[in-house]
Design a protein around this ligand. Sequence first.
Ligand code: WQD
Length: 337
Amino acid sequence: MKDILVTGGAGYIGSHTAVELIAAGYRPILVDNFSNTDERLLEGMARITGQEPIVHRGDCCDLEFMRTLFQQYTFAGVIHFAAYKAVGESVAQPLKYYHNNIVSLTNLLQLLEVFEVRSLVFSSSCTVYGQPEQLPIREDGPENKATSPYGCTKQIGEQILSDFYRAHSDFTIGMLRYFNPIGAHPSGWIGELPFGVPNNLVPFLTQATAGHRQALTVFGADYDTPDGSCIRDFIHVVDLAKAHVKTLDFLMRQTSCCEAINLGQGKGNSVFEVIQTFEAVNGVQVPHSIGARRAGDVVQIWADASKAKRLLDWQTELTLGDALRDAWNWQCHLDKG
Ligand code: WQD
């Protein structure tokens, strides 16, 4: 059984990926500082997989802590999720984001080099594109300066990896550019945990519908789009998790590569379409009102997902409705306690 280091492995996307890694016959070794997750996801993973997750509590910025893991295990590959990811918080606390997101990556790369672990999957983001001129956006499309320190840490991370690869061509690196991950495992045992007021659309929507928040505010309905609201490429977190396993499989078959890969549906849905779909699939009303535009918002973006299909033989299998059904199921599960 191949051991895979999963940093940030107790988090939202990390936990869903750990479940899929086990299903594919890997042994995920989780590392997490629990700054943005808690025991509930570990318990949920155990219920889904029938085995206790192997998890080490610690910080990826702690080089000596991370070294002990590479001394304890022989990793076949690494998936690096560990990073802060709240766009708004990154604007208020840029140093926290630059330190954490960059140092955790450079620490990891030092150890990959020393311990000759040659396959790395990196969690990147569509935010590296800024507002694309042309849609759908391809991986070789123009990159605009990211609109937040969070987005800059992803652009810098990709640059670090490209430079590292230029000096170490015997590595295989996948930089996965997520579009908008939403939803939860259909079992309802794992999902996105609510810490504070959600920045993102779907967790705020489910909490507002459950009565835990005031009505959802649609940040702008006067954009130059068919219904006036912004458009995004929403991808079910389980599809996203499976793409990580496919990427790992692909990288371990290569002797040398460094590829940026879009992970999205390959089509856009508007904020109003999300609300309408959520109401239709769940038979509930979403309390919402229209408010001012949110600074920094991209008007519309969706992926050209053909490279993932070509390289990984991966494409999304779940729909927007599936994701919104599973998001509501998770909210109801959380509310039952
Ligand atoms: C989506 C749309 C909002 C909340 C961010 C990061 C990106 C990635 C995904 C990590 C926008 C609208 C939202 C609300 C609203 N994260 N909205 N009312 O900004 O597309 O992307 O999360 O990789 O890097 O930037 O996601 O969910 O915040 O917003 O109307 O209460 O929903 O204006 O149009 P975003 P989001």
